[in-house]
Design a protein around this ligand. Structure first.
Ligand code: B12
Length: 473
């Protein structure tokens, strides 16, 4: 048995990000779900485990280092996204040096760029896939002083220092083997999102991947697996009864992708009659009156829906066509059911002009939405759009970024003629035009349920106003 410390590094807004800085910084503090899954896998096979969420606890590197010196881990484990790659590797390097123990990495960036990731000497080992098999094997080898090179799903360096990915088998549904995320190791009382209303708050996923093929999104490229409804129900019940959770945000790409499954889950939650509210992401064309009514009865308060753009041409190119009549009809159904809609919009879409960007903002304002989020379109790592950029330019920006050859800056935008500054200005304008209307203001005030929420949204509003003119990116 070994002592394994999982560390979640504080999030930082990046120069290439799709959100405005102020939005990224005020979005909330959300639990590190992937890491909590990995920690649960290690704990299940008998290791002593701690998870330090330095992001939620606002801990600095020296503070985490001091805590870990006291705890005396045998290995350090981190989740690596491409966005947070640099910061995470910097923490791995410092903690590895200070504590003199090996580092283990997992997560989305390792799946996308395994060899480039392991090119960093601060990372000793990696575990690809869902870690159910690979992590226990790696930890056992380390505990017994065996060389993990060649173990299934484990990335390790060979004698000449080259990273080698151990054999992988076709992925089977990880939810059949995954334990529930180790929420008992998380500071559950610290979490919130900008529009959550109850504490404790957490996030959950009931599936991975997505049935849709929107070209701007990276999630369709992830394998598609679903958890069983019994396990989802058990996780929800554990959240409520053991961790004092009163609000959950389901992060599935499309909660209603399989409407029959979603409705069945709602019925299970209704029968449980829990003191719980929740939100989820859903595609508008999958929603119907029955599903929405069931979701509401089951405690759903908010749904996040991608509407993206007013331009039908751009929607077609992005492989997500939602006609305005359908959008309006489904949003009306949502409101009728008593569910509050948040619309996601993208600016800088293919063929975007200043005028079409303004059309998208006006479109958002005409729709019966309680909230809107405006993002610039970027070629996310792993998306079909990014693959197209690579084939057209011959440059893989994200690969270069992981290898330390590119800085966190705006990527080339091959699909629209607007400058970066114009897209940023449109995004800011979107927020101002949408939220600073008497009707929206009044709606927002009526929705507020707590002093904390008032302070949180007030602060975000002031920061947003403060940034206008500064053109933060
Ligand atoms: C929930 C979620 C979040 C949560 C929780 C973060 C987390 N990953 O734990 C919050 C809201 C905090 C979040 C934040 C962010 N996220 Co996020 N997130 C997701 C989401 C929707 C689901 C992740 C999940 O829990 N999946 C279910 C579990 C079972 O699978 P998994 O995540 O792959 O984890 C398994 C394995 O990868 C492995 N594993 C993972 N980590 C580790 C670590 C070790 C040591 C080991 C051994 C194994 C291991 O074991 C896990 C269990 O099987 C994914 C999209 C997706 N569907 O994958 C995006 C996604 C991962 N997020 C993304 C992004 C961009 C972000 C942010 C930068 C915010 C933003 N601007 O969008 C931040 C960065 C966070 C960070 N520190 O890197 C991108 C990543 C793109 C990239 N290549 O970098 C994704 C793919 C979505 C997208 N927009 O395309 N996110």
């Amino acid at each position: 048995m070994s002592r394994i410390a999982f560390v979640y590094v504080p999030l930082k807004h990046q120069g290439f990000a799709e959100n405005l800085q102020v939005v990224d910084e005020d979005f909330g503090r959300l639990p590190p779900l992937s890491l909590a899954y990995a920690a649960a896998i290690a704990e299940r096979v008998g290791h002593a485990v701690t998870l330090i969420d330095a992001n939620a606890l606002r801990l600095t590197l020296p503070e985490v280092c001091a805590r870990l010196r006291d705890w005396r881990p045998d290995a350090l484990a981190f989740t690596l996204s491409t966005y947070m790659f640099r910061e995470t590797v910097a923490w791995m390097q410092s903690l590895r040096q200070a504590l003199g123990v090996p580092t283990i990495a997992g997560g989305i960036n390792l799946a996308l760029y395994p060899e480039e990731t392991l090119a960093h000497p601060a990372i000793d080992f990696g575990v690809v896939s869902f870690a159910v098999r690979g992590l226990p094997l790696l930890l056992a080898a380390l505990a017994e002083g065996r060389n993990p090179l060649g173990l299934p799903e484990v990335v390790a360096r060979n004698q000449s220092g080259r990273p080698v990915v151990g054999p992988t088998t076709p992925e089977r549904n990880p939810f059949l083997d995954l334990p529930r995320p180790a929420r008992h190791l998380l500071p559950n009382h610290k979490y919130y999102s900008i529009i959550s209303q109850r504490r404790n708050f957490t996030i959950m996923v009931t599936s991975t991947g997505c049935d849709s093929q929107c070209s701007f999104c990276a999630i369709p490229q992830r394998p598609r697996f679903k958890n069983s409804l019994e396990q989802v129900e058990a996780e929800v019940v554990e959240c409520v009864s053991t961790h004092g959770i009163r609000e959950i945000d389901f992060f599935d790409a499309d909660f209603f992708a399989d409407p029959g499954r979603a409705k069945a889950l709602c019925r299970l939650l209704i029968a449980r009659n829990l003191d719980l509210e929740w939100s989820c992401r859903a595609r508008l064309d999958r929603l119907d009156r029955e599903g929405l009514a069931l979701a509401r009865r089951a405690g759903c308060r908010q749904m996040y829906v991608g509407i993206e753009s007013a331009s039908l041409q751009a929607q077609g190119l992005l492989r997500k066509l939602l006609r305005p009549e359908l959008v309006r009809e489904r949003l009306d159904l949502m409101r009728e059911a008593g569910i509050s809609p948040l619309g996601f919009f993208m600016l800088g879409v293919p063929g975007e002009t200043w005028r079409s960007g303004l059309d998208t903002i006006r479109y958002a304002m005409r729709l019966p939405l309680d909230y809107a989020q405006f993002q610039r379109m970027i070629a996310k790592p792993g998306s079909a759009l990014h693959r197209e950029v690579v084939s057209r330019t011959g440059v893989d920006y994200w690969r270069d970024f992981v290898l330390g050859r590119a800085t966190p800056k705006r990527m080339p935008n091959l699909w629209c003629g607007l400058s970066d500054r114009m897209i940023t200005a449109l995004t800011q304008l979107g927020y101002l035009a949408f939220y600073f209307r008497p009707r929206q203001f009044w709606r927002a005030l009526r929705r507020l349920r707590s002093r904390e929420e008032l302070l949180r949204t007030g602060r975000a509003t002031l920061r947003m106003l403060g940034h206008v003119g500064g053109l933060d990116a």
